[in-house]
Structures are given as C-alpha cells and as structure tokens.
Design a binder for this molecule. Structure first.
Ligand code: GLP
Length: 270
C-alpha cells in the first residue's frame, strides 16, 4: 500500500488527476484497446475531474478509448435528478470530455429489476476485461462506494440499504432533510473493486481522519470496509494533511519520507 500525503484537497485533486493521466498515457489506449477506469462521485473527486477536464482541453489526454464504470447510484432517482450520480457524472465530467456515452457506465437505480441491473453491470465489467484503475472515495464511517459497515468484503454489485451515518453525511445534498435522502443504493461490491488491477482512494478532511487510521493502521475489518484494500496488491491512498490527524506520527513520517518515490508515479515521461 502506498500512502500519499499532500498539503490540502486541491493538491490531492491535482495529484490524483496526474496519476490518472499517466496511467491512461502509459496504457496507450486505441481502437479495440480501451483503458478501463472505475470512478467515484461525492465532493472529494470534484477537483480531480476539473483537472482532468483541463488536461483534456490542453490536449494532454483523450477519453475516446476509455471505458468507465461508476461505483454507485441511488435507487429511485431518475437520471435527470440533480442529485443522481448520472447527473453528477454527466455535468461534472463526461460532457466536458470526448468520452462516448456508450462507454460511460453508471448503474441504473430506476431499473425495474435491480438485481438484474447489478448482474448486468458486473457482466459489463467482465466483458470490458476488468478495471485497470478504480478510483474511490470513502464516507466518514470508512465505507467505500456504498459498502456500509458490516458489508461483506467479498461482496459484488448489489442493492444496499444506507446506514444512518451515510444519510446524515449526504443530507447536505437534499436540502439538509434526511428524509429526502434515498434510503437504498446500488453499489459495486468490495470484491468488485478488489478485482481492479489498481485502486486509488482519495481521502480529504479531518472528518475522515478516523476512517483513514482504521483503513491502514488497524486490521482488515468489515466495519470499516475500506480496510479491505490492505489486501490489494496495488492500492494507493491519497490524502491531505487533515485526514492524517488520527495517524501515528511514525506512520506519517515514514510515508512522507517516500514522497520522492511516489512522485515518480506522476512524472510525465513522454
Ligand atoms: C457517498 C458515496 C461514496 C463517496 C462518499 C464520500 O457515500 N457513495 O462513493 O465516496 O459519499 O463523499 P464525499 O467525497 O462527498 O465526502
């Protein structure tokens, strides 16, 4: 596991976008050879999307041969609802770059048969050859996607009932009214993300500090589902200083001493 500690959320956004950029460039996608990227929503990745849009506009990257899979979607929100993850992805990212809509997959939370929709999503990932890089965010309770505390660490895409903490954390998007937050969501499983070749988790803010320490300094535990990535061969946690507040000084010092190595990951060799 690599832990990349950066000054603040805007540096995290820039670093994460540069990492995605380098991975896509190194892969050299083309016709019949798509780079497969897993994507999150939420406040944390917004800055990364903005930087990726900049890189696209500057001609540094194209998404023409990139296929994306989003982590999750609320059940029951139509895709044109401003709080649906379809809407978020389209407005914050997809419409600004050259990705083909048929390659940008988001779970359909309005499907009549939700279980079949989840199976379809898993099949699509398989048909795409698996995910090269899954970018994720976490909730303050350490959930990845919508894999709430207690979720199976080998789970696949499915319907989940959201935890009270998640409803609380997300009510800010629904007029601060918890009763307006959908109580269920479709989400990739922890196992689905674990199958990706590489995973990059973005964590910013003091409110996520406990989750980060549970994720990396204690054992693998289904009550903090992001801790599962301790068993992933290629996992990166990219965080800001605030998110390190609950870590041991020794942990922080060690990973900071590796920054020279970590920054090689975002060097442009072209
Ligand atoms: C929701 C999403 C997660 C996301 C989390 C954090 O729970 N399902 O995928 O990581 O929010 O969101 P934010 O980045 O806004 O803190």
């Amino acid at each position: 596991m690599r832990l990349i500690i950066l000054e603040d959320a805007s540096v995290v956004a820039d670093w994460a976008a540069r990492f995605v950029l380098q991975r896509i460039k190194e892969f050299a996608p083309g016709p019949g050879r798509h780079f497969v990227l897993g994507l999150p929503t939420g406040g944390t990745p917004l800055g990364m999307y903005r930087r990726l849009i900049d890189f696209y506009r500057e001609g540094k990257v194209s998404f023409k041969y990139v296929t994306t899979f989003n982590m999750d979607e609320y059940v029951g929100l139509p895709r044109d609802h401003p709080e649906s993850y379809h809407y978020y992805m389209w407005h914050e990212f997809f419409k600004h770059v050259d990705i083909s809509p048929e390659h940008a997959h988001v779970l359909d939370g309005t499907a009549e048969d939700l279980a079949a929709e989840c199976q379809r999503f898993e099949r699509l990932i398989e048909e795409a050859g698996g995910v090269h890089l899954f970018v994720g965010g976490i909730g303050p309770d350490g959930h990845i996607a919508f894999n709430e505390p207690g979720s199976s660490l080998v789970s696949r895409t499915r319907v989940k009932t959201l935890a009270y903490d998640t409803l609380e954390a997300n009510k800010r998007f629904f007029d601060n009214d918890i009763s307006k937050v959908p109580s269920k969501a479709l989400t990739v499983g922890v196992g689905t993300v674990m199958d990706a070749k590489e995973v990059m988790i973005l964590i910013t803010g003091a409110h996520k500090a406990l989750a980060l320490s549970k994720a990396i300094e204690e054992g693998v535990n289904h009550m903090w589902t992001v801790s599962a990535f301790q068993q992933h061969a290629q996992a990166l946690f990219v965080c800001d200083e605030d998110a390190t507040l609950e870590l041991r000084v020794k942990t922080v010092k060690y990973f900071k001493s590796l920054m020279g190595e970590h920054n090689k990951l975002i060097e442009d060799h072209s």
